[in-house]
Design a protein around this ligand. Structure first.
Ligand SMILES: [Zn+2]
Length: 252
């Protein structure tokens, strides 16, 4: 059970510790192995793969999970690299859902609705790469806020327990699906996980001008990236991430 540093970082974008393969469990889908982070992370990711397989489309190719290296290594010291490095990201049916291509091009509306319904069941513990500015519709991951120390947060552990008790996705105790998650308006002085999300989103989608420290603190640097984005996107430049800015970022 060992951890490591990759490209100057100890953690990935969602806060999980970067690990070696001995921190992972091997699952088998489509006759091929996939490594995912052990413990509660395995429970939740396996639940999602099974749910996706049953409700969205069959798993038809090898799932990509934990990886030792990644094309999104993160910036040294910023802990903003790919969550595959911590075994908390998975790519489903990758050949059919290429990186940077919007989900509407390779999923039916019904499939997209099914994914949204499933994500709504996950109580904020799962994130879909489609919701990044640079679309990654094959990609799902444990959300920011699901890690604590070197392992799972209490929130993730509680959700994993519900899965083990068969209380998720049964329709009996689940929340009704919400059509979209709305993001709050963020401005100078805002703090918290939505700011973390915004900072990671900018770094990932617009690395040419966004090299923010992902600290959940909306300060002058974050404001200046928002302004740059707004200027390039033809929005009113006010440095405030409101509905128009979120929408241009591709986040509903
Ligand atoms: Zn991925």
């Amino acid at each position: 059970m060992t951890f490591r540093t990759y490209n100057g970082n100890t953690h990935t974008e969602n806060g999980w510790r970067i690990c070696n393969s001995d921190q992972c469990v091997t699952l088998w889908y489509a006759g091929k192995p996939v490594l995912v982070r052990d413990g509660h992370a395995t429970t939740v990711l396996k639940w999602w793969i099974d749910w996706y397989n049953a409700n969205v489309e069959p798993i038809k190719s090898q799932i990509w999970g934990w990886s030792a290296t990644n094309d999104v290594p993160g910036t040294p010291g910023r802990n903003d690299g790919s969550n595959h490095l911590s075994g908390t990201g998975i790519d489903l049916n990758a050949p059919w859902h290429p990186w940077t291509v919007d989900a509407s091009r390779n999923f039916t509306p019904g499939q997209i609705a099914a994914i949204r319904r499933g994500l709504a069941l996950a109580e904020g513990n799962l994130f879909w790469g489609q919701d990044w500015g640079r679309k990654d519709p094959m990609h799902f991951q444990l959300n920011d806020g699901t890690a604590s120390g070197n392992g799972a947060s209490a929130k993730l552990a509680a959700f994993a327990q519900k899965i083990r008790e068969g209380k998720v996705g049964s329709g009996g105790t689940a929340q009704p699906p919400s059509p979209s998650t709305s993001r709050p308006t963020l401005r100078r002085g805002s703090t918290g996980s939505d700011v973390n999300y915004l900072q990671s989103l900018f770094n990932r989608a617009y690395p040419a001008y966004s090299k923010l420290v992902v600290d959940g603190d909306f300060g002058p640097a974050t404001e200046s990236v928002v302004r740059e984005f707004q200027r390039r996107a033809g929005l009113g430049v006010d440095g405030i991430a409101g509905p128009a800015t979120w929408s241009k970022l591709g986040v509903k």
